[in-house]
Design a protein around this ligand. Sequence first.
Ligand code: AMP
Ligand code: ZN
Length: 113
Amino acid sequence: MSCLFCRIVSGEIPASKVYEDADVIAFNDINPQAPLHVLVIPKRHIATLNDVGDGDEAIVGTLVRTAAAIASEKGFAERGYRTVFNCNAEAGQTVFHIHLHLLAGRRLGWPPG
Ligand code: AMP
Ligand code: ZN
């Protein structure tokens, strides 16, 4: 299994987990870009947002709701937070297993770099 995030799902590679259920796992980003930087991923491998297909609406919704729940639990619901899916080269995707970035704890610039 070559996918880094599949190896985190299987436990082969350790991660600093903040949430896990039957369908998703959330863990701290190894190179955080904000005081809170969590990645929320499906346990099932989906390479990019382009590969989200018919029937995947529920898992994508679960990723978004999980990110919102973590933001709320960490106290950022009212202050604000950002969620981002990067897709392919120009967006800077480096790990080809979809992941929703959850960023909070500092003022985030817009437009993004
Ligand atoms: P992206 O550039 O959108 O594909 O995001 C990939 C993210 O995965 C980056 O923010 C990396 O810092 C993060 N990352 C890479 N390897 C690990 C790891 N072993 N544990 C946690 N986060 C990682
Ligand atoms: Zn994978």
